[in-house]
Design a protein around this ligand. Structure first.
Ligand code: ADE
Length: 228
């Protein structure tokens, strides 16, 4: 799967992309991430990408021409089967079903905003899917784009080993409406806190039943909204 990220701050990404699961997926050619600096499509010699809002008000607005032309240039580089996503707090809130739908595309263009947002004509012309990662305001779309890449990449076949299968994750498959049960590893006791006895019995049925109950209780306590 290919991601094209359009941003004013491409330098933010290599650290994240160079570690752990993302690095492994990129090294294995399962994922490619292309970074594009929107400033490269600025029209003037000062390379301006933002300007004051018509009508007044605080902050700066991202200009329509560099953004539209950057997206069009990227779209020329990729085959059909791609999809344009704009990261914005005004978008639809990201959840696991949306992540699953994004994972069906062969390419995603992730458009990151800054400042007071995009000139509205960016939306009119490009008709992106607008996505928010939550009801709070980030300094820009970059962390939100990493969030999308991170969640989508887990669903690409071959990225996770069998042992890490995403089917077990909270919010997916059978667990769509429940949180994960609690997990323990060695030592069996720490500062007087013991691992639940049932997990040490080796009785798979009892363990499964205990986990199911744990998961239900936890969901009820923390996320009543998930229970239908
Ligand atoms: N840009 C700023 N805040 C954002 C959010 N919550 N989601 C996506 N993009 C953003």
């Amino acid at each position: 799967m290919r991601f094209d990220v359009l941003t004013l701050f491409p330098e933010m990404f290599p650290g994240y992309l160079g570690q752990s699961l993302l690095k492994r997926a990129i090294d294995a050619d399962l994922v490619a991430v292309h970074l594009h600096n929107i400033r490269d499509w600025a029209h003037d010699r000062h390379q301006s990408v933002d300007d004051r809002p018509f009508g007044g008000g605080p902050g700066m607005v991202l200009k329509v021409e560099p953004v539209v032309e950057a997206v069009e240039a990227v779209e020329k580089q990729v085959d059909s089967g791609g999809h344009l996503v704009m990261l914005t707090p005004q978008g639809k809130r990201l959840d696991q079903p949306t992540v699953e739908s994004l994972a069906d595309y062969s390419q995603l263009t992730l458009l990151c905003g800054r400042y007071e947002g995009f000139d509205e004509r960016v939306r009119t012309i490009l008709q992106p899917e607008e996505i928010s990662v939550g009801d709070y305001v980030l300094n820009g779309g970059e962390v939100a784009a990493m969030n999308i890449i991170d969640a989508v990449v887990r669903l690409i076949p071959g990225v996770l080993g069998d042992a890490e299968s995403p089917i077990q994750d909270s919010f997916s498959g059978e667990n769509r409406h429940r949180l994960e049960f609690s997990q323990y590893t060695r030592p069996r006791e720490y500062r007087g806190f013991k691992v639940p006895e049932v997990l040490l019995t080796g009785n798979h049925e009892e363990i499964a039943a205990w986990r199911q109950q744990e998961s239900t209780d936890r969901t009820r306590q923390r996320r009543e909204d998930l229970i239908e």
